[in-house]
Each structure stands twice: as C-alpha cells, then as structure tokens.
Design a protein around this ligand. Structure first.
Ligand SMILES: [Zn+2]
Length: 420
C-alpha cells in the first residue's frame, strides 16, 4: 500500500483503491460498455455518433470501498445541459425538508450559522435550511446553478475544492455545517473535496454527507445504482478510512431510507466523542461480510436473475402484441435498460412527468423517446415498467389517482408484475 495517497483520481482507467490506495481489487459486476445516463439525445443528435464507456464495479479487499475501474472526465458527465433537477422530484423535496430540520435541530443552527451545500443543484435542500432561518451558500457546477439563484439561493457555479472553500470563507465566513447529499460518490478529485471541506468548516463545524449505501445496494440487488456518475459506492468502513487519512473523523452514522437505502454520516475535525452508532454500523458491515466474496456472488446471481425475468416479461408481451412501456427515466434506468439489453423494440416509449427536463429527448444509446406521462393515461398500455422502482409506492398511488389502469412491473430487487 503506498504511503502517500491523495484520494484524487484522473479520468481513465483506475487500478488502485481511491480511498486506501490498495491494488487488491476484485470484480463485483461487469455492466458492459454504456453511454452516460444523463447524456440524453435530442432529435437533431439522433444520427450522430455517441460515446460508450466501460461500466464495471470492483471492490477493495482492504477498506471495502466499491468503485468503477474507469472514470469519465467530470466536464463530460456534468455537461452544461445536464438534465437532473432535485425540485422536480416531489418525494425528494419532502425528504430534504425533513433532513434540513434534523440538521438544524441536531446542531442548534440559527441566524448566525452558515450552511454550505456541495452539489446544491437547484437549491432545494438549501431552501429548506433558509426556511429554518439559516444563511446558505450553494456550490453547483452545472447551469442549474442559475435556476437556484433565480430562486433566491446564493450559488457559486463551479466544482468544490480548496480554492472554492477559500472564496466562500472570504465572502461569507466559515461554515457551521457543510452538506453533500447524493454527490459524494460522484467526484473524481475526492481528496481536493475533502481538504476543501476541512478548510471551510468552522472549528466545531460538522460535515454531513448522505449517499447510497453499499450494504443496501448488495442486499437489495440494486445493480442499477452502478453508473458512471457513481464512481464509488461506500461502506462506512471506507468512509471512516477516508476521513482518518485526511485528519477528520466520522463521529455518527445512520442508515436512512432514500433511494432504496442510504447511509448518512457526520464528520468533524474537533476532538468530540464518537457515538456508539459508528461501531454498531461497522459491526453490522463486518457480520454482513462486506470484506468477503460470498455477498458479491449472491448480488451477481440476483442481478442476472432479475434481468432474465424482465427480458421474459418484455418478450412475452411482444409476442402477444401487448403494449409494454416504461415510466420515469432516472439515471439508474439507463443502467437497467442497457444491462438487460432492452431497447425501443421492447419498450417503445417512456413516460415522464410534465415538468421533467427530459421530455422530448431520447434515452442515451437506445433512443427510446421520453414523452409526457399523460400518454399513459390516454393509451392505458397493458404493462408499465416502473423504472424509478425505488419510488414505486408514491408513483403507483399518483398514477392510479389519475386513472391509470395498466399492470405495473417492478424490475428490482425481484422482477415481478405487481398485484395492485
Ligand atoms: Zn481500499
């Protein structure tokens, strides 16, 4: 293991663990080559070439970090017309309001506190902090920063690092709390980000990060969380290792429900006591066997099984002449459709909500048109695949309320036609 590891990686092939530097990496799942999930295609681009990149997940035998073995350049992934907008997802807005309130209460934030959100998107989370009377600052690399500013959330457009941290300190002072909600798996220069956080935090400040969690990915067969934006899939052990290497410590950890299973960790640079929650989650990971092959073999078996089941349903519908379409196109749906080899021959279109930035575009690589989900109501297809299956319950309730009578198919963790 190298003595000096800066936790940064460059675009291209990756042969060592980004957290601990080890070269003992084992393959978890090979999803083939795929296009980027948020590089949707416009009508004019349909006849132009598209880029595909390797999509393979590996695990570090030592710190149990899971990571891709190929990193795509950040500016290619987060292109200016990147179409994801937090506020569009109703369930997520509600979730973030609760998250903000929890943090405000836990750390006694008030009008003198500054909260900085890294990867602040359209400012949905920061708005929730504002509603609690706290000063906020966003950092967001894509043009969605402009929407946040229009909405009254001060947002610096760019990637977060030590320079950004110093800019914020001179303009606004140190941060009482820094948050990173579903973005901490995304950055290639992770070391620069962590050092920026350490610089920006007030002496007794807290960094709260939330991300999809390796244990939930594995036990719920969520292979669709593997996409190029998610360079890493964290265990708590990997996060503890990362912050220790950078002079900080994880003092609290909890498992939460978002995206089918997240981990939220609280990190500080002062000498506060570590709560029992950290040891409890580490013990859980050890008992689950995140450092051993068995759980990964089981994950692969479940992923292959659900793929076959979805292919069976799609082909059976096609043979019978039944209509078979998709609902929602979150990033993870791109992995699912490509991994299952399902294109517009089997799913001719995908419905999205009327406010989605993806309407009128085509899915990357397989060019399935994304249309207003009113078409589901108008045409009442026989089967609707819930591509955002991690939000199955509210989506079903909403669509049934609008009069949709189709049969729903939930593709994961076990692919099945739902009896509701
Ligand atoms: Zn490692």
């Amino acid at each position: 293991m190298p003595k000096e590891i800066d936790n940064n990686v460059k675009a291209g092939a990756l042969h060592h663990c980004q957290i601990c530097g080890s070269q003992d990496l084992e393959l978890v799942l090979d999803c083939g080559h795929q296009p980027l999930c948020d590089s949707l295609v416009s009508a004019e681009q349909l006849n132009m070439p598209e880029q595909y990149f390797p999509l393979r997940q590996y695990r570090c035998v030592h710190c149990t970090n899971n990571q891709l073995d190929y990193v795509v350049e950040g500016s290619t992934v987060y292109h200016p017309s990147y179409p994801y907008r937090t506020g569009v997802t109703r369930e997520l807005s509600a979730y973030q309001a609760v998250f903000a309130k929890d943090v405000v209460d836990a750390y006694g934030l008030d009008g003198k506190s500054l909260v900085v959100d890294i990867g602040s998107n359209d400012g949905t989370l920061l708005k929730a902090f504002q509603q609690n009377g706290v000063a906020v600052q966003g950092v967001e690399p894509t043009n969605i920063a402009l929407l946040a500013r229009e909405d009254g959330v001060e947002t610096l457009q760019g990637f977060f690092d030590e320079n950004t941290a110093r800019q914020i300190i001179s303009a606004r002072g140190h941060a009482s709390v820094i948050t990173a909600s579903n973005v901490f798996a995304h950055m290639a220069p992770l070391g620069d980000v962590v050092r920026g956080i350490r610089t920006l935090l007030a002496e007794h400040g807290v960094f709260v990060l939330e991300n999809h969690y390796l244990a939930d990915v594995l036990t719920k067969a969520q292979y669709d969380t593997i996409y190029h934006e998610h360079i890493r899939t964290y265990s708590l052990k990997a996060l503890v290792t990362l912050f220790e290497l950078n002079g900080m410590k994880v003092f609290r950890a909890e498992r939460v429900s978002r995206y089918g299973g997240n981990i939220r960790v609280h990190v500080a640079k002062d000498d506060r006591a570590v709560t029992p929650s950290v040891g409890e989650v580490l013990k859980f990971e050890d008992e689950l066997g995140l450092g051993r092959e068995a759980i990964y073999a089981d994950f692969r078996r479940k992923a292959f099984e659900s793929r076959l089941a979805l292919q069976d349903l799609a082909v059976a519908a096609a043979r019978k002449g039944a209509s078979f379409v998709g609902n929602s196109f979150p990033g993870r749906a791109n992995t699912l459709l490509h991994f299952c080899g399902i294109g517009r021959d089997l799913i001719p279109w995908i419905g999205e909500q009327a406010t989605s930035l993806k309407l009128g575009l085509y899915t990357p690589g397989n060019h399935i048109p994304i249309v207003n989900n009113q078409r589901l109501i108008d045409e009442q297809p026989d089967f609707v695949v819930l591509l955002a299956w991690h939000y199955a319950e509210p989506i079903i309730e909403h669509m049934r309320g609008r009069g949709l009578k189709s049969k729903f198919i939930q593709p994961l963790p076990v692919c099945k036609v739902l009896d509701i």
